[in-house]
Design a protein around this ligand. Structure first.
Ligand code: FAD
Length: 251
């Protein structure tokens, strides 16, 4: 067994991160399946785990100085059930569609971003919200646009000694009605083949169709081929989802 620590204070967690090579553990809904998979192929399971779920300030949703703050360890269930302005409708719809109720109860928004899967349902809704992420370490804290944070498939700009502390959303975007549409191989408990978030401010983001979900105004889509769908299928599906999202917003 590797070492396991569960500090209550952020400072203690940052101390652990600075002094040891360890893996941050939030809900564990990405980590544990990945570890079980690796173990099945004979990989050692010795990672030192830093459990952040006892750190109060990493959980919950609040308003601070003209912006919204979502603690990185806020669960999907909390987001799903929260009373939030219409800009968050897309994120709340994503929360309702992530896994089943058990995964929603354990899985966190921060874990979804740090895991950086191309199919992470939290990313498109946050892209249309112009979200920023806040990272902290003993060296200090910094904020990055979400577009600067997720760099590729399972790659982020987070340094080994940094913890994702919160996600910040500007008030103006939080007021702009938004929608989220997801296509999978069935209706529930499914990883996305394509998903779209859009808001009334004209921002549209597409996920699961490239290494990193992206805003449509940047470049055209260059969808990927994988076990879930071909690039051609994704191109057609994404275009249809974008059209439906726009129709819903217009209605
Ligand atoms: C059955 C099942 C269904 C699922 N369905 C979906 C789905 O429909 N859509 C979807 O997007 N995902 C889905 N997932 C994946 C997963 O539930 C989500 O990505 C979830 O949000 C991960 O959060 P977590 O807290 O469990 O992350 P963890 O597993 O605890 O961590 C994930 C990664 O992020 C890192 N990390 C976590 N928090 C922090 C932090 N604050 N700072 C720095 N690093 C951090 C960890 O070290 C790890 O690398 C599913 C998983 C399962 C098991």
């Amino acid at each position: 067994m590797g070492k396991y620590e569960r500090p209550r204070a952020l400072g203690d967690a940052l101390q652990v991160l600075a002094s040891a090579e360890c893996q941050v553990l939030a809900g564990g809904t990405d980590i544990f399946p990945a570890r079980a998979h690796a173990a099945a192929w004979g990989a050692p399971r010795e990672a030192h785990l830093l459990d952040i779920t006892a750190i109060e300030m990493l959980r919950g949703i609040s308003r601070e100085g003209g912006a919204w703050r979502i603690g990185a360890a806020t669960s999907w269930a909390t987001l799903r059930d929260a009373d939030l302005p219409p800009g968050f409708d897309a994120l709340r719809e994503a929360a309702r569609q992530v896994g089943g109720r058990q995964v929603q109860a354990r899985g966190t928004l921060g874990g979804n971003l740090c895991n950086a899967s191309p199919a992470a349902d939290g990313v498109p809704p946050l892209l249309v919200l112009e979200a920023e992420v806040e990272l902290a370490s003993l060296r200090g804290s910094r904020r990055l646009q979400l577009t600067e944070f997720i760099l590729g498939n399972r790659r982020t700009a987070r340094a080994q000694d940094e913890l994702l502390v919160a996600i910040h959303v500007p008030d103006a975007m939080a007021r702009s009605p938004s929608v989220f549409l997801k296509l999978g191989s069935r209706a529930h408990l499914v990883i996305s083949i394509a998903m779209v978030a859009a808001n009334a401010a004209g921002r549209v983001a597409v996920g699961s169709c490239s290494e990193v979900a992206r805003l449509l105004d940047e470049r055209g889509l260059a969808p990927i081929d994988d076990v879930r769908a071909t690039a051609d299928y994704r191109r057609i599906a994404a275009a249809e989802l974008v059209a439906r999202a726009r129709e819903r917003l217009a209605a």
